[in-house]
Design a protein. Sequence first.
Length: 458
Amino acid sequence: MSIIDLCKDRIKAFPKDMLAAMEHIRPAVVHEKAHVYPISVPEKWSDVDETIIDWSITVDKPLRLYVHIPWCRSKCIFCFYESEAGEPKESDVQNYIECLKHELSIYCLRLGVERLTAETLYIGGGTPSILSPAQIESLLQAIHSFVEFKNEAFLITESSPGTLSSEKVQAFVDGGINRISIGIQSFQDHILKICGRDHDADQAVNAYEMVRAAGVPEINFDLMLALPEQSHDDFEKTVMRALELAPSSLSFLDLRVASGSKLHEMGYYYPTWHEDILMRAIYQHLLKGDSRYERTRPHYYVRSDEARERSTRVPCLDSRSGLGFQAGLGVTAYSHIGDVCFINSRNPFYSDRLKAGELAVQRGLTLTEEDKMAMKAIRAIVDYTLVPDAPAVLSRYKKEVQFLLENGLIDNEFRLTDDGCLFGEEVAYMFYPDLTVTESTSYDKGILHAYSKQDRMG
Ligand SMILES: C[S@@+](CC[C@H](N)C(=O)[O-])C[C@H]1O[C@@H](n2cnc3c(N)ncnc32)[C@H](O)[C@@H]1O
Ligand code: SF4
């Protein structure tokens, strides 16, 4: 029997009610990853400025730093991250690095320290690898001049295969980067072309070989599913190719569609939610059969023989203090300081504010106790091992836990089972304090108010 047929049979055997409940949650999780609450709920945010932040915060863990690089060689059709298409001008990059330095100096000033101490650096975008080797060097020098990294720190950059070169990889390594994530997305050329990627599958393999040859300790592949025109067969081939190359980790990303996106007007076929679930079952099946990999989050696998995994993208919420300590630098970057979450503005406001000596905060919110409880529960469900009191946290959600237990989605220790991991994002959404679904997408129409809080919390 083929892998696809095996996975189809597995899904057919699920209780119909459970599948229907998960499908009803789908419209709510299609725009943003559900586990990034409260970023995933834009209605909760309002226009604010820097005064929303309480700098008297003391947290018992070092800072997590995110730096946004807002350029890409070309714009992929599905992407809604903030980036400008085309090679950036030298002067624009230098001005941007100056802004990042201003931003870092303001953080030091507000926190009353000469230098920051960080446990993670995540350079994302956009495409950080669009920068030239000299620009990468100057960016990393700027960061190091304000930030001291702990010995075991993860210094990570995202990259795209079409922009990497061995000189750039060397510049990243020289600047202390110890993990490079490559946006592979698919090993199928026709899918890459439809998505407007600036590389083909061969270039992706070359980029991987280049990063490996430079001795980068950890290499991650981002692989997307439910892409336009992507068949199950296409997806299975992509996962098999990734397993042949065997990077340190594999991240599987379901296509998310920005609200108001025109993606569905482009005339392509989009996998339905059921077809998407089948793709999730395919990667789960293939990864389960590969003893080199272990699952550390529902959609994330690490090579047990080499990778040191820690959560890098989940918003920072210290499971002990319940407070966050994440600084997002650059346009549209997300920060979480104490009980306050905020997002930076775009340019020109971003650079104007920084030149005036203020952080370029644009939208934000102060977390309520209910928000913090939800964040902790979501983190406990998707990042179980990182939340020491996960069972105690989850046990407060009686109705959700009962539903998940009855349907075999969690085990008696409240850990997501294989079946539960298939629905990782949908399950995360069940822990939202306010579950009203207000929007649906063009291909998942009509399922509004799918799960009301009253229905489930009783
Ligand atoms: C911001 S990109 C950075 C990497 C690099 N720019 C690239 O695309 O190769 C990080 C990842 O976001 C994912 N991504 C982008 N748009 C997405 C979307 N609409 N839905 C789900 N994942 C998306 C892609 O897998 C991509 O590798
Ligand atoms: S290269 Fe990456 S960041 Fe840029 S548009 Fe494509 S997915 Fe988005």
